[in-house]
Design a protein around this ligand. Structure first.
Ligand code: ADP
Length: 405
């Protein structure tokens, strides 16, 4: 029997990322990005092996982009798709794992829109368009929040009146679950443990950044909260600030909530601190030339990241290893070195020569002798989505969506 094929779709408000994956294979046979959708400059770019091309999506419609993917799949797959796996940002408390999409599940994702007003509507566009085009195969939703549904109440509850939780879902959910899950599994593999075993601290450091404590394949705590603004410093997001800040800005500057929301999400983080850029590469280069803002931004970023990791360590009975992933975690020796420099309390120390990035950037260990493992592991969220989609179909765990009171 030939290996099964999954199309992975990550649909944003103006873009669709897609990848065609063969079961168990580390690389996609086809991948691409449709971007600037909703504008006349819509374009779909793709590559398959050494071949690459692009086509205009002149009407800017998501449906046109999905229809444009169809002939590419026919051409490169050469056999029928088994399933489509969709990334969905927020599953609220409805979804604790992957889920085969039916009308109830779509409704439950819609109900989670108030918790993720920017992301979930865009994810739903992708789901609807793909279900129309690929109407005869199962569509599976993989939620960024689902991996963290194993957090205990003492980790996920905020100290606010109970009714805000029970009636309005005010609690910590966590995000980047697909990535934390993937790298925790890879960490077990790399150290020769059974997959799903081990006590890990994981740091996903991309444009959004979050940390997680994973014990035997389960998330016990994570830095992001009800929304992806909580936690460590990110590209343009502030991470934790005093919860009184919006009230203070309202009283002193007259800022309304929309303005504060925008500033904390889009003008803060590395960009706000440095006054220069949200891009870590730019900041690392500027710091080496003595740029004061870039230097401060990197100092704050690494200290707050280390503080978050040390805080999450209390969720674990021991520490088997710390994992760095995401664009920054995988590629920046400086950020790894400075962060671990604040973590002597956990016995962590880096071997400088192992910390340099080798060609091809393989998954590897970079700790000094005597330190718990420190691992650099390239994340692969699409692979995790494809594998989880197939695992769900294998186990046929189609459960009714639990109702909330
Ligand atoms: P996204 O969250 O959009 O998937 P990525 O995981 O690609 O983002 O991470 C983007 C970040 O990784 C950017 O801040 C970028 O500057 C940073 N990055 C990539 N390569 C390097 C590098 N060699 N050194 C430092 N930062 C890097």
């Amino acid at each position: 029997m030939s290996k099964r094929l999954v199309l992975v779709i990550n649909c944003g408000s103006s873009s669709i990322k897609f990848a065609l994956r063969v079961e168990g294979e580390p690389s996609p046979i086809l991948s691409g990005l449709a971007e600037r959708l909703t504008t006349p400059e819509g374009v779909l770019r793709w590559r398959a092996g050494n071949e690459r091309d692009e086509m205009k999506i002149a009407d800017g419609l998501h449906s046109t982009a999905v229809a444009g993917i169809l002939p590419l799949i026919d051409r490169f797959a050469k056999r029928p798709l088994t399933a489509v796996g969709h990334r969905v940002v927020h599953g609220g408390e409805h979804f604790t794992g992957a889920y085969v999409l039916d009308a109830n599940a779509v409704r439950a994702i819609e109900e989670s829109i108030p918790l993720a007003p920017l992301h979930n509507p865009a994810n739903l566009i992708g789901i609807r368009e793909a279900m129309a085009v690929f109407s005869k195969i199962p569509h599976v939703a993989i939620f960024d929040t689902a991996f963290h549904q194993t957090m205990p109440p003492h980790a996920y509850r905020y100290a606010v009146p109970e009714v805000l939780y029970s009636k309005y879902g005010v609690r910590r959910y966590g995000f980047h679950g697909t990535s934390h899950h993937f790298v925790a599994n890879e960490a077990s593999r790399l150290l020769g443990m059974d997959v799903g075993q081990g006590a890990w601290l994981t740091a996903h450091l991309g444009n959004g950044c979050s940390t997680c404590a994973v014990l035997n394949g389960k998330s016990l705590d994570t830095s992001m909260g009800m929304t992806p603004l909580e936690g460590v410093v990110m590209g343009t997001r502030s991470g934790d600030v005093d919860p009184n800040l919006p009230a203070y800005l309202s009283r002193t500057l007259g800022w309304d909530l929309a303005k504060t929301d925008y500033v904390l999400n889009h003008e803060s983080g590395l960009l706000g601190l440095s006054g220069l850029s949200n891009d870590m590469r730019t900041l690392v280069a500027a710091r080496s030339e003595g740029h004061a803002g870039a230097t401060l931004a990197i100092d704050v970023y690494c200290y707050r990241l280390a503080r978050s990791l040390a805080g999450l360590a209390v969720a674990l009975p021991r520490l088997d290893g710390l994992v760095f992933t995401g664009g920054i975690g995988e590629n920046s020796p400086l950020i790894r070195e400075m962060t671990v420099g604040h973590l002597q309390i956990l016995g962590l120390a880096i071997a400088p020569e192992r910390n340099l990035t080798p060609p091809g950037n393989p998954a590897r260990e970079i700790q000094a002798a005597g330190s718990p493992a420190i691992l650099v592991i390239p994340t692969d969220e699409e692979r995790q989505i494809a594998e989880e989609s197939l695992a769900l179909l294998d186990f046929d765990r189609i459960q009714p969506v639990p109702e909330r009171d």
